[in-house]
Design a protein around this ligand. Structure first.
Ligand code: WT7
Length: 654
């Protein structure tokens, strides 16, 4: 039986120290920050919290009764006031807070003062609908400014928002409305995706049909498509956003909130079971979102910052809305797809708006690699000065491509590890201080304590793989799972209860310099002839091959070895599958990582099954490789991909 240590085979020797010019101007420029934070983490976090405006000071930094933490006890603040009102007194008043571009190319800019005005009206409108402090509001919108306005309006009156990604179905929406007990829903007639209209209001009507969501008394509808898509309005329940805002008072003062009052619930599906309502509160969350924004993204007042995440994910909460706006950033928001109308849309946006900080996901980077270098090469990307990655381990080859083709070899890359549950970045380079390595997320953020341990909770030595665990509470940590504290204890705190560690569910290795290398979800780790092997390392070796764009690796049941390695491989544009290529790929992985890591099966596929947030669903690939009926496919972005793969795998087996 395995003890939880994971073998690591991927050697990565390339190193990228910060340039002297970048280091000289960096917000985090003094390496002593790590030791200072470690010597007194509570004092460090209190310093970060003092960057915010408080209505009432806290009396205690941390009250930790495992597994429940309260941060900044007794402090009062309002999150929307920190994102808006406090910027109005100074030069940021007329600075762009949001630059919006819709998929069809429509543009809108909102200054901090304009955004503040809209949020006041929206908050007033919610109040007039009977929404108050502690009530839940479900937000189901495209990536339009009203999504940000709605979130901040909730925060202003102390309502708890639950944003549901606009790509989720009516059934998923219904389940989340019911679990949160929402009083109101904010939606739009629809939005744009790859030139097609997404009928959001219709999905809300389906979700609420037949009185299955009795808590909902009001629905606000943003007009995005107008005459292009007519929607049914229920007289007693539905109101147009623009009409409700026009009737609302001009001002709505920010509600003084306890640091531990709720800010949002965000549902995360995980691979099995009912979605978990991850619950975040106000003071600690904003403290860490804001501190990481300044120090990890090195935000300056003249930056144009673009995080490509949808507000339906936590990245969109912490790094489209709360982190950047509390830090006074100019934030670009784009509604649509990266390949619409052309595959250079993102690079066109960077060129047009002069984006200087760009934050995206490895899955997107691998798509760009697959589409070819000509797309970024045809655009002026010289405004960029910092790049970020989040969501999955970034394969070293994808890192190098990002560095060269997007960053022009000059931009530091911050590979940021965190989770919906952690609320904000936990492990990342600090771009003026850290020598980065392609594929490593660097060190824990100052004040964060991370351990790599075995199944028993004992630390594993540097160089060996194990399980990632977090040693002490952090300000932006989830406080519980909505309505299910027992599940909160069980999922995150029961595995290492004796040591009091938070179990993150990821494999990781720490090198001799203290850098962390994430190895993927523990559930995905393979056990081949007694060796624990990371799917991520085999995938990274495959992606190194010049023909390969993307790979998904799984362990399938094997009589002798326990598990055998199966790889699903997507080729770059213009490359074709062949028996020789299969042999070459097996040989390459064997040489790179050792014969034990050589895949037994390789199947080429034009697409891989992914969740709507872009993560590869390895569980489904295991079902395919082991000839099982397909499990739940409802969280997939495109369910047809997996059905097609199943047919092909079975033919190839036969
Ligand atoms: C899981 C959390 C954090 C916002 C987006 C995802 C994986 C995330 C990295 C990274 C390696 C990463 C982990 C983590 N992950 N970032 N930089 N390197 N793995 O949030 O949906 O809650 O997923 O994403 O497996 O546990 P999430």
């Amino acid at each position: 039986m395995s003890d939880g240590t994971i073998e690591s085979h991927l050697e990565e020797a390339r190193r990228f120290p910060p340039s002297p010019a970048f280091a000289a101007q960096a917000n985090a420029g003094d390496p002593a920050v790590y030791a200072a934070a470690e010597a007194d983490p509570e004092a460090w976090w209190a310093d970060q919290a003092r960057q915010l405006d408080w209505m009432e000071p806290w009396t205690q930094v941390l009250d930790w009764r495992p597994p429940h933490a309260r941060w900044f006890v007794g402090g009062r603040l309002n999150v929307s006031a920190n994102c808006l009102d406090r910027h109005l007194a100074g030069p940021r008043r007329n600075k762009a807070a949001i630059i919006f571009e819709g998929e069809p190319g429509d543009r809108r800019t909102l200054t901090y003062h304009e955004l503040w005005r809209e949020v006041n009206r929206a908050a007033g409108a919610l109040k007039q609908l009977g929404v108050g402090k502690g009530d839940r509001v479900t937000i189901y919108l495209p990536m339009v400014p009203e999504a940000v306005i709605s979130m901040l309006a909730c925060a202003r009156i102390g309502a708890i928002h639950s944003v549901v990604f606009g790509g989720f179905s009516a059934t998923s929406l219904r389940e989340r409305i019911q679990d949160s007990g929402s009083k109101a829903v904010i939606t739009a007639d629809g939005g744009w995706r790859r030139g097609a209209m997404v009928p959001l209001k219709q999905a809300v009507d389906e979700a609420l049909a037949e009185g299955v969501c009795p808590t909902v008394t009001a629905v606000l509808v943003v007009r995005r498509l107008g005459a292009l898509l007519s929607v049914a309005m229920d007289d007693g329940r539905d109101a147009w956003w623009h009409e409700a805002l026009a009737e609302a008072p001009r001002l709505c003062p920010p509600e003084p909130m306890d640091a531990e009052d709720g800010l949002f619930i965000l549902y995360t599906s995980g691979s099995t079971g009912k979605p978990k309502g991850v619950y975040h509160t106000s003071g600690g969350y904003l403290t860490q979102a804001q501190a990481t924004m300044r120090l990890v993204f090195d935000l300056k007042d003249d930056d144009v910052y673009w995080c490509t995440a949808d507000v339906g994910w936590v990245t969109g909460h912490s790094y489209v809305v709360y982190g950047p706006l509390s830090a006074g950033a100019t934030v670009l928001i784009y509604e649509g797809a990266p390949d619409w109308p052309e595959r250079d849309r993102f690079w066109e946006l960077i060129e047009t708006h002069g984006v200087s900080i760009f934050y995206t996901a490895p899955t997107a980077i691998r798509s760009f690699m697959k589409w070819g270098d000509q797309h970024p090469a045809g655009r002026d990307l010289s405004s960029l000065r910092l790049l970020g990655s989040v969501g999955e381990p970034i394969n070293p080859e994808a890192w190098m491509w990002y560095h060269r083709q997007i960053g022009g070899g000059r931009c530091p890359i911050v590979d940021t590890w965190w989770q919906t549950e952690t609320g904000a970045i936990m492990v990342s380079p600090l771009p003026g201080l850290t020598t980065t390595h392609p594929g490593s997320a660097g060190r824990p953020f100052p004040g964060i304590a991370v351990d790599v341990v075995d199944e028993t909770g004992a630390a594993v030595p540097p160089g060996e793989g194990g399980l990632l665990a977090i040693r002490r509470p952090w300000p932006a940590m989830l406080r519980t799972l909505w309505g299910n504290d027992e599940r909160y204890r069980q999922v995150y705190w029961s595995k290492f209860a004796a040591q009091g560690l938070y179990f993150a569910g990821d494999g990781a290795r720490r090198d001799a310099d203290g850098n962390l290398w994430l190895l993927g979800r523990v559930d995905d780790i393979m056990l081949v002839a007694g060796h624990n092997i990371s799917t991520m390392e085999v995938e990274s070796a495959l992606v190194e091959h010049e023909a390969v764009a993307e790979a998904a690796v799984i362990g399938r049941a094997h009589d002798v070895k326990g598990q055998a390695i199966a790889a699903f491989v997507t080729l770059k544009e213009g490359r074709s599958p062949s028996g020789e290529l299969i042999a070459a790929l097996r040989r390459h992985v064997g040489e790179r990582l050792g014969p034990i890591c050589r895949p037994d099966d390789i199947l080429f596929s034009a697409e891989l099954p992914k969740t709507r947030s872009g993560k590869i669903m390895r569980r489904l690939l295991r079902d395919i490789a082991e000839g099982r009926a397909l499990g739940d496919v409802t969280t997939l972005a495109d369910p047809s991909v997996v059905a097609g793969l199943k047919d092909r795998y079975e033919q190839h087996e036969g």
